[in-house]
Design a protein around this ligand. Structure first.
Ligand SMILES: Nc1ncnc2c1ncn2[C@@H]1O[C@H](COP(=O)(O)OP(=O)(O)OP(=O)(O)O)[C@@H](O)[C@H]1O
Ligand SMILES: [Mg+2]
Length: 305
């Protein structure tokens, strides 16, 4: 077998040409997207995907053209949450047509490429050890293709649902140099806040990506009998001050939201008057206001600093 050093030039693969063509496609695609927003959290299971799906619906309801990239390549959940798991992807010369919800929100997800429910994402390599070594590179490649090769059309918003952790944000910031900002999700527990503060530092201080704000998910529970708000987590204090300064809103826990996510039905349409629906709509409004140039976290006029 010849090593790559023994091959003449690029052995006919035109690798540079391929990479340049894809970089150009990515740039062209991003040029027709007004705002890109990454939804992230250092912590797993705090509701990033639920928030992404519902914000996508909220922003679409408000008249925006919205696309969603399920950037959780190994644990994709958005096709289910957005009710499009049965969609068939259609390929054309100009790219892949994304799945489209009845409301018109577009989605691309690894889940739409997997044949069976129980099929994990496996990367092709000579050995699984090789696959493990290259996994991160291949995942970034998949993400690049999701953005560059999907027929998004003109979009007002492209939302990216990131996997748990902070390690994907640098890749996303590199792929999307004009990333509009990040929404950081936490739950009230101190354990979550401890990790989520690190995500804020990573985005704001290290990558210099704008923080649109923090969403406190499962902030409280509304008793369905008496309407009283009860804490869901036994936190002694309020939200950590670093996170509080950037807060966009608190979304209550609602079992009906969990069920809507499982069923892939639009919670915001089913329960428009529920406190969680109102809170989700408010967060969507704040995201819009952020891109309209409003300073969301300025102290109120007359506040003593
Ligand atoms: N406010 C809420 N009220 C009720 N259920 C919720 C709420 N937010 C999220 N859930 C449910 O909690 C579970 C975890 O949410 P989700 O999958 O969105 O978390 P995640 O942060 O994306 O997880 P992962 O880190 O694995 O990607 C899901 O079953 C979801 O439907
Ligand atoms: Mg998720």
């Amino acid at each position: 077998m010849k090593t790559y050093k023994e091959l003449p030039n690029d052995a006919g693969s035109n690798i540079i040409g391929q990479v340049t063509a894809q970089a150009n496609r990515l740039q062209k695609r991003l040029a027709s997207i007004k705002h890109t927003v990454a939804i992230m959290s250092g912590k797993g299971g705090v509701g990033k995907s639920s928030l992404t799906a519902n914000l996508a619906t909220a922003l679409t309801r408000k008249g925006n053209a919205v696309g969603v990239v399920d950037a959780d390549i190994n644990g994709p959940t958005l096709a289910k949450m957005m009710g499009v798991r049965k969609a068939t992807l259609v390929y054309s010369q100009v790219g892949v047509k994304p799945a489209i919800t009845p409301l018109g929100t577009k989605l691309i997800s690894m889940d739409l490429l997997l044949a069976e429910d129980d099929a994990p994402v496996l990367w092709n390599a000579h050995t699984q050890k090789d696959a493990f070594t290259w996994r991160s590179t291949m995942e970034v490649g998949a993400l690049r293709e999701f953005i560059a090769d999907t027929e998004w059309g003109q979009l007002d918003y492209l939302l990216l649902d990131l996997p748990p952790g902070t390690d994907r944000l640098p890749n996303v910031a590199e792929l999307i140099p004009n990333l509009g900002g990040v929404v950081v999700v936490t739950i009230p527990s101190e354990v979550s806040q401890l990790i989520v503060k690190k995500s804020v530092t990573m985005a704001r201080d290290i990558l210099k990506v704008p923080i649109i704000g923090v969403v406190e998910n499962m902030a409280f529970y509304v008793c369905q009998h008496c309407g009283e708000e009860e804490p869901l987590f036994s936190t002694e204090g309020a939200l950590d001050s670093t996170l509080q300064q950037a807060i966009l809103g608190g979304i209550p826990f609602d079992p009906r939201l969990a069920r809507a996510n499982d069923n892939g039905t639009p919670y915001l349409d089913e329960y428009p008057d529920a406190p969680a629906s109102k809170a989700l709509m408010q967060v969507a409004e704040k995201i819009q206001a952020f891109f309209e140039g409003e300073d969301l976290h300025a102290p109120p006029v007359g506040a003593v600093s």
